[in-house]
Ligand binder design. Structure first.
Ligand code: SME
Length: 151
């Protein structure tokens, strides 16, 4: 699957007025998980800036215990602070990493900005080592930009 082929279905979900925001986010999780073989867990975390924590939003994939993540902790918590994409080719080589499942080998987290504020992120885990390229980063930046339109 060419990632750019997903641009149209994503904007269709975003512009579908029969779904509320949470449903749109879940639809995006399903679309990405079913369309891209190496996107094995797809989910969202959203920031509570007052208490400096991330909170699990819609997701598709294995259930996770990590429903609340403090800023700075794990890959997700680091992105909440750095405001930058984080690509982890081999999770076993990361010190500040929160393991959800031993089947996960690589991970990518891309922040969602609304009016310049990092409000949350998309988090994708892969069972394949070194699964994510710059194309995935650019594609997920597009997804996050589309999502920013519903905030
Ligand atoms: N691995 C993440 C935690 C979230 S799970 O992947 C669902 C991290 O280190 O922040």
């Amino acid at each position: 699957m060419n990632l750019s082929e997903l641009h149209h279905p994503i904007s269709t979900i975003i512009n579908n007025n029969t779904q509320i925001r949470e449903e749109k986010l879940l639809s995006i999780c399903h679309l990405l998980n079913t369309s891209i073989s190496y996107y094995n867990w797809v989910g969202f975390y959203f920031a509570n800036h007052e208490i400096q924590t991330l909170h699990l939003g819609p997701y598709v994939g294995a259930e996770t215990d990590h429903t609340v993540i403090p800023f700075g902790k794990g890959i997700c918590g680091q992105v909440a602070v750095s405001n930058a994409n984080f690509v982890v080719p081999d999770v076993s080589a990361q010190d500040n990493y929160i393991a959800c499942s031993i089947t996960v080998k690589s991970e990518i987290v891309v922040p969602i900005f609304v009016d310049g504020i990092n409000i949350g992120q998309i988090d994708i885990d892969s069972h394949t080592i070194n699964a994510f390229t710059v194309e995935d980063e650019q594609f997920l930046e597009y997804v996050c930009k589309e999502i920013s339109y519903v905030y």
